[in-house]
Write a protein that binds this ligand. Structure first.
Ligand code: GLU
Length: 461
């Protein structure tokens, strides 16, 4: 059997982080089996499925590199095909026209609730000759006896007695197909072999299976994955933080980190945490998807992000720092700086801030909390350092941290000065901040002239 999976989001405004994980699992499963991963936009709710909402889904999937292998299918455009199937089932006597009015249905629903049975319309057994000239819905004739067991690849065997299932509506009174019908017809026509989706759809699976059985179509394999919960164990909602995938981009997360984190959220491979996409493809398996809901943990996601920033190339890091064209001097500075700051950044958005001292040509604005470090004694030491450092000693390779370190250690020793008596002040004078990369690196990044200018600026204030 060739594997075909699909991600079938209803465009409701943005790509939800849970939806992204469903997409990822479908993608990985298909890739693992050398199959196809398809995208279907379930845009039949005409009020919510606006163009911006659809664009938002594509934007999120593009960012995560989870776009489908073929052109996306738009469910709404297939309405006629859906209706055609309902009519076929009517012709075969496996579905029936139900003329119950809204009031009658309301009464039946109440009764059904009292006895704990699903609704069976009286029209199920009435001859067609009795049909009035009135609006009707088309219902599937559910079997009344027996049971259906789904061998779910995640949930295991789940059984439902047929008497629990109501005669589901396939066509509404205005002739439009319902979601339940559309999903089944589309999955069949797209050749979907594995339906991997949130476990909130498990109940639908039993109903959908009946349509599939009535059509005598092959049943797909189901895998209903537990929903994502927040850190407190409640279903993930706004109060737990961002739900939209694109918000994670805005916060400074990398798509590789989000994918790796989502993969680990509900799926495991031993103790492996950092998993490359190639490994994910070769290892992914539905049997290792957990049965209980995983908890979203922002700290863990941040730690993963920090890993992926650290693993990015210096070129990538430089692009993350600024998109502006760089002068050769700025390029030299950022190349020196990139390896150090990528080790320390947790978010992409940290990078420009960590590098701004190197990019701004002017002396830095000294942060309020850093000012007390620049007392008179410190300024004297800085001044002495600037004078010595500006002596154009031929041995100093000003851009080489190792050479600078050796010179600095020698000079400190000559002066009888400890590094901690100079370092904090030097850092503040050169970057404006208390927290900054290693002082030797800062000196290398700025070069001798800029270093001297910045020290002079603080000493002359
Ligand atoms: N459109 C449904 C949703 O967004 C998914 C349907 C399915 O996967 O079968 O929840």
């Amino acid at each position: 059997m060739s594997v075909v999976t699909r991600f079938a989001p209803s465009p409701t405004g943005f790509l939800h982080i849970g939806g992204a994980r469903t997409a990822l699992f479908n993608f990985l499963f298909a890739r693992h089996h050398g199959g196809k991963y398809l995208l279907r936009i379930e845009d039949t709710d005409r009020e919510r499925s606006t163009d911006p909402a659809i664009a938002a889904i594509h934007e999120g999937l593009n960012w995560l590199n989870l776009t489908g292998d073929d052109e996306p299918i738009y469910q709404f455009s297939r309405m006629e095909r859906h209706a055609q199937i309902a009519h076929q089932l009517l012709e075969k006597g496996l579905a029936y026209r139900c003329y119950l009015t809204t009031e009658e249905l309301g009464q039946m629903r109440e009764k059904a609730r009292e006895v704990g049975h699903p609704i069976r319309s009286p029209w199920r057994d009435k001859p067609t000759s009795a049909a009035p000239d009135a609006p009707f819905v088309v219902r599937l004739r559910m079997p009344e006896t027996g049971a259906t067991t789904i061998s779910d690849a995640v949930q295991g065997d789940v059984t439902v007695q047929h008497q629990q299932l109501d005669d589901l509506i396939m066509l509404r009174s205005d002739g439009t197909p319902t979601y339940m019908l559309a999903v089944v017809v589309d999955d069949h026509d797209m050749g979907v072999s594995h339906v991997i989706r949130g476990d909130d759809h498990l109940n639908n699976a039993f109903r959908q299976q009946q349509i599939i059985a009535a059509m005598d179509w092959p049943q797909p394999i189901y895998a209903h994955i537990p929903l994502i919960h927040g850190s407190d164990g409640a279903k993930l909602s706004k109060r737990h933080g961002a739900l939209s995938v694109m918000e994670y981009q805005n916060m400074g997360f990398l798509p590789e980190a989000v994918n790796n984190y989502l993969l680990r959220l509900g799926w495991s491979h031993g103790d492996d945490e950092i998993i490359s996409q190639d490994d994910a493809i070769s290892w992914f398996d539905l049997s290792a998807v957990g049965k209980s809901p995983a908890r979203f943990d922002m700290d863990k996601l941040t730690a993963m992000n920090s890993h992926y920033i650290g693993a990015a190339s210096d070129d990538t890091i430089i692009k993350m720092i600024t998109s502006a064209p760089l002068t050769p001097e700025m390029e030299t500075r950022l190349r020196l700086l990139a390896p150090a700051i990528k080790e320390r950044a947790q978010l992409v958005t940290d990078l420009p801030d960590m590098a701004d001292f190197a990019l701004s040509p002017a002396a830095p604005v000294i942060a309020e909390d850093a000012k007390p470090i620049l007392g008179d004694d410190m300024l004297n030491r800085l001044s002495a350092f600037a004078t010595a450092y500006s002596l154009n000693d031929a041995d100093i390779q000003y851009r080489d941290p190792e050479a600078i370190k050796a010179w600095l250690n020698g000079w400190l020793e000559d002066q009888g000065m400890k590094m901690r008596e100079l370092g904090p002040g030097l850092r503040v004078a050169l970057t404006g901040k208390k927290q900054a990369p290693d002082i030797v690196l800062i000196l290398a990044v700025l070069g001798p002239e800029e270093t001297k200018n910045r020290i002079e600026t603080v000493c002359n204030k």
